[in-house]
Ligand binder design. Sequence first.
Ligand code: NAP
Length: 292
Amino acid sequence: MSTGSAGRPGPRQGESGGESQQPPVGLAGLLHGTSGECARNLFDLTGRVALVTGSSRGIGLALAVGLGSAGAVVALNGRNRRTLNAAVAKITRAGIAARAACFDVTRPAQVDAAVDRIEREVGPIEILVNNAAVAFRMPLQDVTLDRWHSVLESNLTSVFIVSQAVAKRMIPRGHGKIINICSVQSELARPTVAAAAAAKGGVKMLTRGMCADWARFGIQVNGLGPGYVRTDLTQPLQDDPAFDVWVRGRTPAGRWGEREDLMGSIVFLGSHASDFVNGQVLFVDGGMMAVV
Ligand SMILES: NC(=O)c1ccc[n+]([C@@H]2O[C@H](COP(=O)([O-])OP(=O)(O)OC[C@H]3O[C@@H](n4cnc5c(N)ncnc54)[C@H](OP(=O)(O)O)[C@@H]3O)[C@@H](O)[C@H]2O)c1
């Protein structure tokens, strides 16, 4: 598969810091009168390698399709190899360059081996999307310590594990994009979601912490916070008439989110269009976060 970075001639191996923050040459030249070159498409991801965790189905698959449609080569991930291979086959048939990376995001050795393999066989990972997570709903008084550790490990610690493995390789290259999938639960709780909300609140703060430590290396770390989106994970909620009415009433747009609603934002956060956006969470929630 072909790799390599399109868009601006950004910093490469051995470069770091401020140089990576320069705007795309074509646009800068246009604005400052130093180049007659036409402005390049800020959102073009041609040839860039993206790893999207938890992308064998649901939101992760939609995010991978969004990045792939903008030209990225996408590594899809999940633990179930059969589901993963089916997803890779499906989007490959649609013309997206994709490959399978079957590993568990909570296992550091598996993560490191997979990241190493993607970088050797496909190319340097320039975009990482931390999306994998599990659903967990239970009244807080019934949550055992084991369940608590398990949800924090799957939904928060995994983001640290995968990001560190990838960032160690991005840092010497002096550039990279990390997008952490947050949630309206990064800011708001509801009954039965305290452990999951604690994890998503942690993902928001981890996003800011990564920005604090890694922005100087030309890495942008941002969060994407979906509202209520139709996926397998929310199927029990969609099937509950009272919850369905609540979601439609509580969301100013008056509907559930669809997975494709997230595609534009992931392309923005993965592309040069967002090169000076760092440590932010972009909510794609039909307005839920804006209105009580
Ligand atoms: N759906 C919503 O309304 C909503 C709202 C806000 C935020 N979110 C967030 O969006 C993300 C995706 O949600 P979704 O609704 O698309 O979930 P989903 O349909 O349940 O898909 C989860 C994906 O993650 C993978 N996965 C889970 N644990 C994993 C692990 N330990 N290692 C590797 N892969 C793992 C699953 O594959 P395997 O099971 O094969 O591993 C699957 O591909 C999550 O972070 C979720 O919290 C969702």
